[in-house]
Design a protein around this ligand. Sequence first.
Ligand code: 5HY
Length: 254
Amino acid sequence: MRIKLINPNTTGSMTDLIAATARSVAAPGTEIIAATSRSGPASIECHFDEAMSVVGLIDEIIDAPAADAYVIACFGDPGLLAAREITDAPVFGIAEAAMHAATFVSTGFSVVTTLERTRIITEHLVRNYGMEHQCRRVRATDVPVLELERPESNARATILAECERALVEDQSSAIVLGCAGMADLAAYLEDRLQVPVIDGVAAAVKFAEAIVGMGLKTSKRGDLAPPLPKIYRGKLASYAPGNGLVGPTSLKAG
Ligand code: 5HY
């Protein structure tokens, strides 16, 4: 099967890190195509960044080659439901995937994320995904996303310390990493903390393999049916559903 891994921010070096993690867990026979969005923010750290990242994300789903499944490799799961409307191939957000994986191996987890201001975005997702009972707390480290890949930023030590606090103060028994840029830290942290540390990129790839392996596709009955044909004006005129790019006539078959 072919899984298209989309980094909705425009930083290629981060995509390389994410792709390496995805390929390290992919089963034999699973092809990982990694794509960096070509338009939008260098990193996604607020509501505006998220909103501005969605068109670039959609472009990566519209553009060939088609995949059997798509992974949105940003912990805000930006544009997840919109993406599920324009293809019947299953689409996974790394936040949703990581939280579900955590519930299989613990009765209570903490999320350790980047900036304080993104903490509220994750708390919204926890509620949206019905994870209030399992997610004990969302914690911020105030490490900017692009600092994660700078060794001299001390990000790893800062994240480890926050995870240690989470296990004691939140009484959590698992950690969910709150950024795709933390994907390469899971093994190190798990070794230090001796609890499950879940990276959403790996979780999303394995869930994609499982769901595609079951022959499941996204339902086109109800709210995830293709967007209704209509006129779009201005910068986004070419995205008008029904004009061949997006919508019923161009449903991206998985
Ligand atoms: C991410 N931002 O995974 C999120 C993390 C965050 O550019 N990739 C980003 O801080 O919300």
